[in-house]
Design a protein around this ligand. Structure first.
Ligand SMILES: Nc1nc2c(ncn2[C@@H]2O[C@H](COP(=O)(O)OP(=O)(O)OP(=O)(O)O)[C@@H](O)[C@H]2O)c(=O)[nH]1
Ligand SMILES: [Mg+2]
Length: 1019
């Protein structure tokens, strides 16, 4: 690569909600570089080079292209806006320093706008706002310039509100903030907020907001207009620029810019300068050009005043749209407006990396220094510093980050090297990749040093720890970089080397990297922090070859697909099925197509989606004291089971956890895994200005806060009771023995209360508050309190045996929580108290010894059974995953859309008319199980006019009792005697899962859950 001054490089990405015009904008930037003809710009969608992207007219992957602007070189990454491909936004953002955030001026802020702003914020990108499709305000909505101004003002304000909520650490989820609506509704009268809000991220008067029409190829930021009017009005460009946004008015008499107060009273006609000097001329040109009776002289005036050089051929075109585009794209060329804003407002790699370092390579504080080689630590610090400085000297350590791997058909790999040397196509194939025609490339950015093709480099996975010698083998590999390419959309240009601050594609890492990795020339380097993904893949299907003998081809295909797609997940289920998890239907379709046509090339059978459920109990959510029942009530209800050998009696109680606590446990599963697994949690510096906080402490606070908020909401008016309840809960939280399933799930196993139970049936297996201790919910004083109160007489051996059975109780709990009684789906939000009493072995000792190995197994199985029965007796409920769904539809299809929603059990949350247009936005929750084919049905019923976007939102229990049978007289009157009750939804879902899993499906409804009578039938 030619040597370029790093100060003259910009790495940027385009982010937006689906269809807001990213790829169209990219076309114009590419055309300005001569890589695309002016005429096809905006139509070709150059960056959507995959066949499937062109067919569906949406972008599905992020792709990069190198552009130049003056002496600047700009790496531009176009990203998809569709929710299914949001992982590609993460991979694009990681490699960029700046983000152009597009918003459609008519559609306004949408859910994915929130998501991309958050992504830019997390990755510490410098954003600029681009308000696109201004033409729609003129031609479609037919707004007056003043109305259009108010609309633009509102969008800028709303976007600023979103960013400021991230800044002030109000970590609302995207869904929460969307439902909350725009921060502080603005009335048209009151726009004074623009005045002095220095904190706003996006300020047109500062030049980081552009107003564009990507379709017609024009755009501007206020700089362009300020420069133009400066000479005309005899004011400095800087002053004008400040005046061109907000309630600022120009008084021609005095040649003064005044605020609202400075206007003479009675002057109601004054328009803000933005309206008068910017929008009105635009509107005039549009009207002149497009309306049959338009004043054509206006077009000539613009051509003359701006000295535009337009070929007659274009001016005389019969299509007024062509004339308009010819004039506008020369008057306010889009690429100039955008690229000058990029160069002006976005940082070069050197300043960007020093700002982004805390996110990319958080400072590690090594707490335990013994056994650590100080020289490694010092070198790792040196490496970090050279990333911080974006040191591009050849002797600086070379560090790069691969944000994704992508597959390219072999024939697209340039057959020549950087110097034009011919390569042997067979050499292009990687070892071990077999007979595929695919080549895997890494999408990477160099953060320090120089990357040279042919060199060897260490590939570090996210778990790599340079200080641990034993981890070395597993998380680091050595790879040879076979070739480097500059990406020009689909085209690859071989280069010999690339310096820090550049984005490249690398060949030769296919066998070493699955999805992402850090590359380093030294092993003394921490891996980069992992990227944040907005959702996880949730739509799962089982796949098998149509012809069983193609199994090997399928396995190979899945392996390739897994590598080629940053987001797909390929697993083998416990029943041996190959399960593919994708982000949504469109994503899944593409994966299957790729698998069929590229990676496996066989016929496939795809199962209906495997939807995940969870199981819980009804519980009494209005009463937080309920959870304390066990500890307060000696006679509380329990389920009792005895091991087959009669030596262990197990009693189980189940209670429901407060919803907020369940959520905290769910959200922090990773951290809990680390804490409970005994991993040393290094204190990490969180993003930028935020204070450093110990993650365990933060978790502890969240747990207490969750419980307390629940109590407060119940005892709103009774502070005494609330306090009492809180202190009881605080005690309870000191008794967490284990979490399940898999030690981290949202179910708590509490240690039994020793004082409460008399040892009437044997010695109690007590357990230890292991989790409470790890999270630090125990203070040391209480640690000892639980210790010995047992009477001396009970024989010690039995005590030891009880102690040795603790792990069996935990295993039983883990098994039970991983597969509930309804349909063997994991339990969710439950608290279990398990008391296992061991009694003396009365039988022949020899036999007992023989049986002993077996005894632990018996306890485990009995604990599991008792837990499951306890759940079954406590009004079990099915829990399903819900999508948050944002729908847009023209008014005339509102009815049809609601009909589709109703058929699919959706719950409408909010309905809003888009101001100034006939478009409705509706927010709803939609069960994941009902989402299959939803988009298609919606399209069919609304003739394609309505669109929907789905984001995974939360888990929600179905209120229905799956075992409902009419019992009271009224019920019997309504539903009959039970023989003919139509199955309710919960029951149908449960049976479907049971059938799929090959579990017996109960033909007869359980009459009394306690004495369940089942006529099992294998299906
Ligand atoms: N009226 C109008 N339409 C536009 C404008 N810019 C883009 N479009 C249209 O909007 C549609 C979507 O454009 P794309 O560029 O594919 O949008 P995108 O943001 O890349 O979409 P995804 O990549 O799928 O998220 C196309 O039909 C464009 O022609 C504009 O300024 N005005
Ligand atoms: Mg696109």
């Amino acid at each position: 690569m030619a040597q370029v001054d790093a100060k003259k490089v910009r790495n940027i990405c385009i982010l937006a909600h689906v269809d807001h015009g990213k790829t169209t904008l990219a076309d114009h930037l590419i055309a300005a570089n001569g890589l695309l003809s002016r005429k096809s710009a905006g139509k070709l969608r150059f960056m959507d080079y995959l066949e499937e992207e062109q067919r569906r007219a949406i972008t599905m992957k992020s792709a990069s292209i190198g552009l130049s602007y003056g002496d600047y070189s700009i790496n531009l990454i176009d990203s998809p806006g569709h929710m299914d491909f949001c992982s590609e936004v993460s991979t694009a953002a990681r490699l960029s320093d700046g983000a152009l955030v597009l918003v459609d001026a008519v559609e306004g802020v949408h859910i994915q706008t929130h998501a991309v702003l958050r992504q830019a914020w997390i990755e510490k990108l410098t954003p600029c706002l681009v308000l696109n499709k201004i033409d729609r305000l003129i031609c479609e909505l037919k707004l007056s310039p003043m109305e259009a101004y108010n609309r633009l003002l509102r969008i800028v304000h709303e976007v600023n509100g979103i960013v400021s909520s991230y800044k002030s650490e109000k970590y609302l989820s995207d869904v929460d903030s969307l439902l909350a609506g725009p921060n502080g509704e603005v009335s048209d009268e009151n726009q004074e907020f623009v005045e002095d809000d220095e904190e706003d991220t996006f300020q047109p008067q500062k030049g980081n907001v552009a107003f564009v029409c990507a379709l017609d190829g024009w755009g501007f930021s206020l700089n362009e207009f300020a420069n133009f009017y400066a000479s005309k009005l005899g004011a400095s460009a800087a002053t004008l620029q400040k005046g061109l946004w907000g309630p600022r008015y120009f008084i021609p008499k005095t040649k003064m810019i005044v605020g609202k107060k400075g206007l003479e009273s009675g002057n109601n006609k004054a328009r803000p300068m933005f309206v008068q000097f910017v929008l009105e001329p635009l509107w005039q040109v549009y009207q002149a050009a497009l309306e049959p009776d338009g004043d054509k002289s206006m077009v000539d005036k613009v051509i003359r005043s701006f000295n535009l050089n337009i070929p007659n051929r274009e001016l005389q075109n019969n299509d007024p749209k062509v004339v308009l585009q010819a004039v506008m794209s020369r008057w306010l060329p889009l690429a100039d407006a955008i690229l000058s804003m990029v160069v002006r407002c976005m940082p070069d790699p050197v300043s960007a990396q020093s700002f982004r370092i805390s996110r990319l390579l958080p400072k590690r504080e090594v707490l335990a220094l013994d056994g650590v080689d100080p020289s490694i630590l010092a070198e790792a610090e040196l490496v970090r510093r050279s990333v911080e400085n974006c040191d591009s000297s050849p002797d600086a350590p070379c560090v790069a980050f691969v944000s994704k791997m992508f597959a390219v058909p072999l024939q697209q790999i340039p057959p020549k090297g950087p110097q034009g040397e011919i390569l042997n196509l067979n050499d292009l194939k990687e070892e071990g990749s077999g007979d595929t025609d695919e080549c895997f490339l890494a999408f990477a950015r160099i953060f320090s040093g120089v990357l040279t093709s042919g060199s060897r480099i260490f590939v570090l996975s996210a778990l790599y720890d340079p200080l641990k010698v034993d981890s070395v083998q597993r998380h680091v590999q050595v790879a040879e970089l076979q070739a480097l390419y500059l990406m020009m959309g689909q085209k690859l240009e071989p280069i010999y080397s690339a310096e820090a601050g550049n984005i490249v594609a690398i060949r030769g890492l296919g066998q070493h990297i699955l999805k992402s990795a850090t590359l380093s020339s030294t092993m003394s380097c921490w891996p980069f922090s992992s990227m944040a993904f907005q959702v996880s893949p949730t739509l799962r299907v089982a796949i098998e070859p149509s012809d069983p003998s193609d199994m090997a081809a399928l396995m190979k295909g899945l392996r390739l697909l897994n590598r080629a797609d940053p987001f797909v997940e390929v697993t083998v289920s416990s029943r041996g099925e190959h399960v593919l998890a994708a982000a949504g239907e469109v994503h899944l379709d593409r994966c299957i197509k790729d698998l069929r046509e590229r990676f496996a090339r066989i016929n496939l059978e795809v199962s209906p989606p495997l939807v995940s459920y969870k199981e819980t109990i009804e519980g009494d959510q209005s009463n937080p004291l309920e959870y304390l029942k066990y500890f307060m009530d000696k006679n509380a209800d329990f389920v009792e089971k005895t091991t087959p050998n009669g030596r262990c009696v197990v009693r189980v109680q189940v209670l429901k956890l407060p919803a907020a606590l369940t959520k905290v446990l769910d959200d922090n599963a990773d951290l809990l895994g680390d804490v409970i697994g005994g991993k040393q949690i290094v204190q990490r510096q969180t993003s930028g200005s935020l204070e450093e906080e110990n993650p365990i402490e933060a978790l502890r606070k969240q747990i207490t806060a969750a419980v307390e908020s629940d109590i407060d909401s119940v005892f709103e008016n009774d502070k005494d009771r609330a306090d009492k309840c809180k202190s009881k809960w605080a005690k309870l939280l000191k008794n967490i023995w284990s979490l399940g399933p898999r030690q981290i799930g949202p179910n708590i196993l509490f240690t039994p209360d020793i004082k409460k139970r008399e040892c009437d049936v044997g010695v109690l297996v007590r357990g230890v508050p292991y989790v409470s201790t790890r999270i630090g919910l125990m203070d040391n004083s209480s640690n000892g309190a639980a210790s010995d109160t047992a009477s001396e007489e009970v024989d010690r051996e039995l005590h030891l045996e009880a102690q040795s059975l603790e792990s069996s109780v935990i295993s039983g709990f883990q098994l039970a929580t991983s597969a509930g009684p309804l349909c063997e789906e994991p339990m969710w939000g439950l608290a279990l108290v398990i008391e296992a009493f061991v009694s003396r072995d009365e039988s022949d000792t020899n036999q007992a010894v023989e049986q002993h190995g077996n005894f632990t197994g018996q306890v485990m199985a009995t604990v599991k059974e008792a837990c499951r029965t306890a759940v079954l007796r406590s009004k079990p409920r099915l829990v399903e995953a819900m999508y948050f769904c944002e729908l847009n539809t023209p008014t005339e299809y509102l009815g049809a859309m609601y009909a589709v929603l109703a058929r699919r059990r959706a719950r409408v949350l909010k309905e809003e008319m888009q101001e100034g247009s006939a478009l409705f936005t509706v927010n709803a929750y939609l069960p994941v199980a009902e989402s299959i084919g939803f988009a298609d049905e919606l399209r069919r019923w609304t003739s394609g006019a309505a669109s929907a976007l789905l984001v995974l939102s939360h888990w929600e229990a179905l209120l229905e009792d799956p075992f409902f049978v009419p019992r009271t007289e009224e019920e019997i009157e309504e539903f009959g005697d039970g023989s003919s009750v139509p199955q309710n939804t919960a029951r149908k879902l449960i049976d479907a899962v049971r059938r799929r899993k090959g579990l017996p499906v109960e033909e007869k409804v359980v009459r009394h859950a306690t004495k369940q009578r089942t006529l099992a039938r294998k299906v």
